[in-house]
Write a protein that binds this ligand. Structure first.
Ligand SMILES: NC(=O)c1ccc[n+]([C@@H]2O[C@H](COP(=O)([O-])OP(=O)(O)OC[C@H]3O[C@@H](n4cnc5c(N)ncnc54)[C@H](OP(=O)(O)O)[C@@H]3O)[C@@H](O)[C@H]2O)c1
Length: 324
């Protein structure tokens, strides 16, 4: 029987365990997928630790690629044997086979391998909406991108550069600084030894940047506010160091009438049209060489706990895939 990961309680990576489960036959609007590669994301660790609350027991994982092995009634536009990927709820991507709603799947173009799709569908659609919808990046804009050598960061950086922005990457080590430069950052700040806001002010001759893409959260919030231009936008899109604590709206006026948003992928891919637009933009960006899928680490599916530990300890770069 196929394996799937579950957690019965929140905690460290050791709470992830594998059980054998028969997914059964797909119901109306569903397909059965055999996974070929599963994407690891920071959000999986928030689910595991309880930063985002779940009803337990629960599966884990929101991103995977695979092959359709059975169709339920009334599924249109998909056939057995189709290669597909998704980045969506319900949790449970850490498994060998599962049932999934056909409306949340995208078919993979021939030029995108399964591993690449699992590495990029969630992170790439995130990079797409952050750069095109949350803020419409145009030539001449300046930005600060945290965790520039990470999964989302390694897609954001080259894509932003392609759009004509000046990209300042912020990273946590000298090795990641070298990687961020290779990805296309015009400037790199190593926050293990440099003051982020002071460096941003130095690089921008005192002006600050138009937009900050902050995935670090609690530890970086103050530096992000201090790195923005008047009326700039702080996009707080992740909590890698913990959640941003509550703050007074007046803080935004104190720092120059700033704008603040806390976006999430699901609200940018909620309709079929939005999903197809975002996935299509990612596949086109890969085909045109605007972004390159960087798989920094591969683990077997059953090594998911070790993969979580490495991600949380900031040992990973680029994307990470789990292989069933
Ligand atoms: N809102 C959305 O729609 C959305 C969608 C996808 C992802 N995200 C968010 O985007 C971020 C990136 O996700 P990802 O899966 O690609 O992960 P990732 O960036 O590959 O890994 C997280 C990185 O965050 C940095 N970091 C800084 N402080 C940290 C800390 N205390 N603990 C752990 N890491 C820390 C580390 O890079 P350095 O060593 O360089 O600091 C680490 O490598 C996450 O915050 C995730 O929640 C949001």
């Amino acid at each position: 029987m196929p394996l799937r990961a579950i957690i019965d309680r929140t905690g460290g990576p050791e709470v992830i365990r594998f059980v054998q489960t028969e997914p059964g036959q797909p119901g109306p609007g569903e397909v059965r997928i055999r996974h070929t590669a599963v994407g690891l994301n920071m959000i999986d660790t928030y689910h595991r630790t309880g930063v985002y609350r779940l009803a337990l027991p629960s599966g884990l994982g929101m991103e995977a690629a695979g092959v359709v092995v059975a169709l339920g009634p009334s599924v249109q536009g998909l056939a057995v044997g189709d290669r597909v990927a998704y980045a969506a709820l319900p949790l449970g991507a850490y498994c060998e086979e599962r049932l999934f709603k056909a409306e949340h799947l995208v078919r993979l173009p021939a030029g995108v391998a399964d591993e690449a799709a699992a590495a990029v569908i969630l992170k790439g659609m995130t990079a797409y909406y952050l750069l095109h919808l949350t803020y419409a990046v145009k030539p001449g804009h300046s930005m600060l991108v945290y965790a520039a050598a990470g999964g989302v960061g390694s897609l954001l950086v080259p894509w932003a550069r392609h759009l004509g922005a000046t990209v300042i990457g912020a990273v946590g080590s000298p090795a990641k600084a070298a990687l961020a430069r290779e990805l296309g950052c015009h400037h790199v700040i190593d926050y293990s030894r440099q003051d982020i806001a002071a460096e941003v002010r130095r690089i921008t001759a005192g002006a600050g940047v138009d937009v900050v893409y902050d995935s670090v959260g609690k530890d970086s919030f103050a530096a992000s506010l201090n790195s923005l231009k008047r009326r700039g936008l702080l996009v707080s899109y992740g909590n890698s160091s913990g959640k941003v604590p509550p703050f007074e709206p007046a803080l935004l006026s104190d720092h120059g009438s700033l704008f603040f948003t806390r976006p999430t992928l699901g609200h940018y891919t909620a309709t079929r049209q939005e999903l197809e637009q975002a996935a299509g933009a990612v596949f086109a960006a890969i085909a045109q060489g605007i972004v390159t899928v960087k798989i920094g680490q591969r683990y077997s599916l059953q090594e998911a706990a070790r993969a979580h530990a490495d991600l949380e300890a900031r040992r990973t770069t680029g994307a990470t895939v789990l292989l069933p």
